[in-house]
Design a binder for this molecule. Structure first.
Ligand code: R5P
Length: 286
């Protein structure tokens, strides 16, 4: 028997995964004390195997994950798997300036203390897995990003920086036709300003799909959309694995002229049209 325990950030995905795996879905409670501390509880857990599914997009979500892991062990779980659909702090995977922490290492160590194994969906860098002290693997989810795209005209799949070329290529392959290209991206770590240098690939009259792992502030994606529209692209789609969509990100994309934004349910947003549940279920049952 296996019981799935959802974090408050991953409720729909956990439910979809329980259907895929024919596992029990338990209902935690998520409370907050007057001083701001959180209390996640798993009242009805009664199993040996636990699968905790929780994205860690906020500080509270990190704490909640640790509490859920601890609660199921306290209730008798002997085998705990932790699924982290979106691993927060993954972009602080090195000290970029003197005095900075490697934040994701700190998070990974803490998460490792409450579990027997970890799976992350498309972490920002695969090497993030090395910071955990229990067996940890990444699961690819890009193959389904093309599912909502249909009838594209002479499509071009663009990575907004070199790091996303693999995602753009996988999405193109899943769509079944089209070219792949990428922009050069420079980010000023003092100001956060982004400079995008497009390649010479012709875009006029073509449908362009910009593919990235994360849309956070929308700065990278809206910059790419603006350049592509100014060069005469027919329609520009913004596709990502993790739709963080912080602050006014969606408005930035709309103002830049995006046709449609598509993300997965690693973060549950209005644009989460693709579920990663089958990819997780497949890996867990391999
Ligand atoms: C950076 O390397 C990532 O792949 C994304 O391009 C970045 O995190 C997007 O951030 P933002 O939406 O704030 O530009």
């Amino acid at each position: 028997m296996t019981t799935i325990i959802p974090g408050s950030t991953s409720q729909a995905l956990a439910a979809a995964l329980s259907t895929e795996l024919e596992a029990t879905l338990t209902v935690p409670t998520y409370d907050r004390f007057p001083d701001g501390e959180t209390l996640a509880t798993v009242p009805d857990f009664d199993d040996d195997e636990a699968i905790v599914v929780a994205s860690t997009a906020t500080n509270d979500a990190h704490i909640e994950l640790l509490q859920l892991q601890d609660a199921v062990r306290e209730a008798g779980a002997t085998d705990t798997t932790t699924i982290i659909p979106y691993m927060g702090y993954a972009r602080q995977d090195k000290a970029f300036k003197s005095g900075q922490p490697i934040s994701v290492r700190a998070m990974a160590k803490a998460i490792s203390t409450g579990t027997d194994q970890v799976f992350m969906i498309e972490p920002h860098e695969p090497a993030v897995a090395d910071f955990f002290t229990v067996p940890t693997e990444s699961i690819d989810a890009a193959a389904r990003l093309a599912d909502p795209l249909s009838e594209l005209a002479d499509p071009l799949f663009v990575a907004p920086d070199e790091g996303a070329i693999g995602l753009a290529t996988t999405t193109r392959d899943a769509y079944g036709s089209g070219d792949v290209d990428y922009f050069e991206k420079e980010r000023d770590y003092e100001t956060g300003e982004i400079e995008l240098t497009p390649s010479d690939a012709p875009v006029e009259g073509r449908d362009v799909v910009v593919v990235d792992d994360i849309i956070a502030t929308g700065g990278t994606m809206s910059g790419a959309i603006g350049v592509l529209n100014s060069r005469g692209a027919a329609r520009v789609y913004a596709v990502c694995v993790h739709p963080v969509l912080a602050e006014a990100a969606l408005t930035k994309l709309a103002a830049a002229g995006v046709e449609r934004v598509v993300g997965t349910d690693t973060l549950e947003r209005a644009v989460s049209d693709v579920t990663v549940a089958p990819a997780i279920a497949t890996r867990l049952t391999e």
